[in-house]
Design a protein around this ligand. Sequence first.
Ligand SMILES: *Cc1c(COP(=O)(O)O)cnc(C)c1O
Length: 443
Amino acid sequence: MNPELLRRLPKMDLLLARPALAGSPLPYPLRRLAARQVLEGCRRDLLAGELEDLPALEALEEAVLRLAERLSRPALGRVVNATGVVLHTNLGRAPLSQRAAEAAAQAARGYSNLEYDLPNRRRGRRGAAAEALLRALTGAEGALAVNNNAAAVFLLLSALAAGRGVAVSRGELVEIGGGFRVPDILSRSGARLAEVGTTNRTRPADYAAALDAGDAQAILKVHPSNFRVVGFTQSASLPELGELARDRGVPLFCDLGSAAPGSPELREAVEWADVVCFSGDKLLGGPQAGILLGKGPLIDRLRADPLSRALRIDKLSLAALEGTLLDWRDGTAVPVAAMLAAPPAELRRRAEALAEALSPLCPCAVVETQGEVGGGALPGEALPAWAAALEPAEALDAWFRGWRTPILGRIHRGRLLLDVRTLLPGDEDEIAAALAAWREGAP
Ligand SMILES: *Cc1c(COP(=O)(O)O)cnc(C)c1O
């Protein structure tokens, strides 16, 4: 490396005084940060011998401007979900309804009556309105919203089962993902795991034996969520476990994972379990939250537990949760529910329209494929789906990922599939814009 090159690197002030940078509306500290990073990158590359000569001043200026523009946008941002997986955990699970999103934005921008009882001029209870809606929608006696469902399970076990044996089927000792393992959370809560049955078959009599032997003083039923055991299988139903729990005078807890108001699964769980919990951002279609429903006195104990303060829901999520529940109350389909209910014929029409809009830009066909619910809901159940299939798959996929609003599809048999079920309003236009830019070879 020629040491002269290092000395000839432009000074930061000179670079910042270049017309495009001096005239840029971006804040000065941001331009300076970008200039420093670009110059440092150059110096590093020169020292490492990866750069033979100094870039032209215009090229440096351009690089600084591009970097400053990128740094001005948050790294966490919108993507287009064309994967067909409705509750995609890596993509933020449930998109909020208009009403829920607006409620969260309102709560974010100003003060709110979060914990204030307006008519009585005194401190109010956080979450009271959402909890009243939850009770009305599900018929549960008590309701409590916490930070997420993992927190709900932890609170439930800590407050109501610490020091006790909890009977769990060996077929339900699952890992949900993100390191959430039922046996681990159970032991952290201070409860003792009493495994019953076998991986593929557990009968009510297995639970009864654990209770009668004094190994367990509570029952936990866990929705196996993200996997399914097929073949020679058996599990105890909620009514069977409910009967057993009532007969032996022990509580029955149920981690449903995912639930929609009005569904037979939730109705059954609320009827038979003493406490049920599930996520706010799975089939409910709301923000990240953990919903606990159950017998009034038990929910009161959960609310009074010191842990519930540490696991409480934040005000933005709470506002979004109330908005989501108002949609359910009014019969307005939240986006997740609408996506899951979309008839195949309509999906096919949308895929055809997308393919028609894109086909002048690249080879494009309409294909029938399979999507999934995701989020650990209904494992193994494929959704009939329709997609636009584009070529060349690899190159387009890379281009789409780098697009201003990254577009995520799925590569299948050499084609990039864009599943229309999970597209939101405006996404088709964004895909067309990305593809037009690809055709022009422009960034
Ligand atoms: C998803 C899931 C959880 C975790 O819920 P989060 O809201 O993601 O914390 C726990 N249990 C079951 C059965 C689940 O499906």
